[in-house]
Design a protein around this ligand. Structure first.
Ligand code: MLT
Length: 266
């Protein structure tokens, strides 16, 4: 049981605060990520629906060993060169496009079993892998998207620990698709955790964004990054990234790499 009462609690009737077990927050953009001390006790889910976390989850579903998220293209090239003995795949994008010399871009459709099974992938993207870096002091870090929504929600709810959902956004500004996914994830977590889960106002904002559109695909197609990706010829990626609960994979950071979490891991 907890004694502190969060300022923005909205899910319980007045007087029932003593029963709350976890506080769930959303950072609508990476600019809202709290400092190291505030992250230390929290489980954090990083979301980049279009497309980094959707692609990471797809890579793990296709049997890749691990994905090492990098803070930038130069760092990724350096890391890949240093890991040469292990024969890593270099993957990612800058402003939607595969950088010169990279083995793979950032389209989840490229991450097939034939391409990535058993491999280590070093990955750098404009926003998503950088957001994973920025939360590295959290208690536990998960990579979430629509495709592993319920599996991720179950892992967060089962832990019963304060949690923060981070929307990767676009160059520091909020993205429609990440906020909508945060709203959907928070709703699943609340449903699983029950009334002991308190939420802040940004969670409610995220759920309003989700509920304002008729479908997940409509949200992705209506977002500015979704429109950019369609123009670049990646419309099929939007359809793949819009599929809710396509996999039961929980993707988590361990020792600097995203791997498949084993059932029952804390
Ligand atoms: C990002 O990290 O900004 C995205 O994954 C960009 C993309 O869609 O490739």
């Amino acid at each position: 049981m907890r004694s502190a009462v969060p300022v923005h609690s909205t899910a319980l009737e007045p007087g029932s605060f003593a029963d709350f077990l976890m506080f769930l927050e959303v950072a609508l953009s990476p600019l809202e990520i709290p400092g190291r001390a505030d992250l230390a006790g929290k489980n954090v889910v990083v979301i980049d629906v279009l497309r980094a976390t959707s692609t990471i989850v797809q890579a793990i579903a296709s049997g890749c060993r691990r994905v090492i998220p990098m803070d930038g293209i130069a760092e990724a090239r350096r890391q890949a060169a240093e890991s040469a003995a292990e024969s890593v795949l270099l993957a990612g994008e800058w402003n939607g496009v595969r950088p010169a010399g990279f083995d793979l871009g950032n389209s989840p459709r490229e991450f097939t079993t034939a391409a990535v099974s058993g491999r280590t992938i070093v990955m750098a993207t404009t926003n998503g892998t950088r957001a994973l870096h920025r939360v590295r002091d959290a208690h536990r870090i998960l990579a979430g998207c629509f495709r592993n929504l319920t599996a991720t929600a179950a892992a967060v709810a089962a832990a019963g620990r304060d949690a923060l959902i981070v929307c990767s956004g676009q160059a520091g500004t909020p993205s429609l698709e990440d906020i909508a996914c945060a709203g959907a994830l928070a709703r699943r977590i609340q449903g699983l955790a029950g009334p002991g889960c308190l939420v802040g106002d940004p969670v409610i904002v995220a759920q309003c964004v989700l509920d304002a559109q008729p479908s997940i695909l409509a949200i992705l197609r209506g977002s500015s990054h979704g429109r950019d990706l369609s123009r670049l010829g990646f419309d099929a990626d939007l359809e793949l990234c819009a599929e809710a609960d396509a996999t039961e994979i929980v993707a988590e950071m361990r020792d600097g790499a995203v791997v498949r979490a084993m059932p029952g891991q804390p």
